[in-house]
Design a protein around this ligand. Structure first.
Ligand SMILES: [Zn+2]
Length: 136
């Protein structure tokens, strides 16, 4: 069992707030909640024809750890490294990095999409028009 881990300080955010951000991002990216071996995770793909892509959160004192991994029916869990499934892994890594920026950010605000001028929730990473929020 090997998972990639991304450690993020919460900077005073509550667990509820972190979960809201996480759920919004998972939903935007078509991940759905599943209970696998008594662990609540978000995943997509079936693990047979396509690699199953999984995320979960582990809370520590004042910090949250994002766990990300792919699951293959034959090989089991593997972290986001190596050449097999490299495009999927790169995408997941980018999503984990965005999440960790959101989790660590001390002031999240509503933002206006530069493409369509829609107001977006502080927790969303992309606009309904497809625009991806820039994070720095
Ligand atoms: Zn937009």
């Amino acid at each position: 069992m090997a998972r990639s881990q991304f450690y993020c300080p919460m900077h005073g955010k509550s667990i509820d707030e972190i979960l809201q951000i996480f759920e919004a991002a998972m939903c935007e990216n078509d991940y759905s909640k599943k209970l696998v071996k008594n662990e609540e995770i978000y995943c997509k793909g079936d693990g047979v024809l396509a690699l199953m892509q999984c995320f979960s959160l582990v809370f520590r004192e004042n910090a949250v750890v994002i766990e990300a991994w792919v699951n293959d029916a034959v090989l089991g869990e593997s972290e986001l490294k190596g050449f097999s499934g490299i495009f999927i892994k790169k995408k997941m890594r980018a999503l984990a990095e965005k999440l960790s920026l959101l989790f660590s950010s001390s002031h999240l605000k509503e933002w206006t999409c530069p493409e369509c001028c829609r107001e977006n929730s502080p927790y969303s990473l992309s606009c309904a028009c497809g625009y991806q929020k820039e994070l720095s």
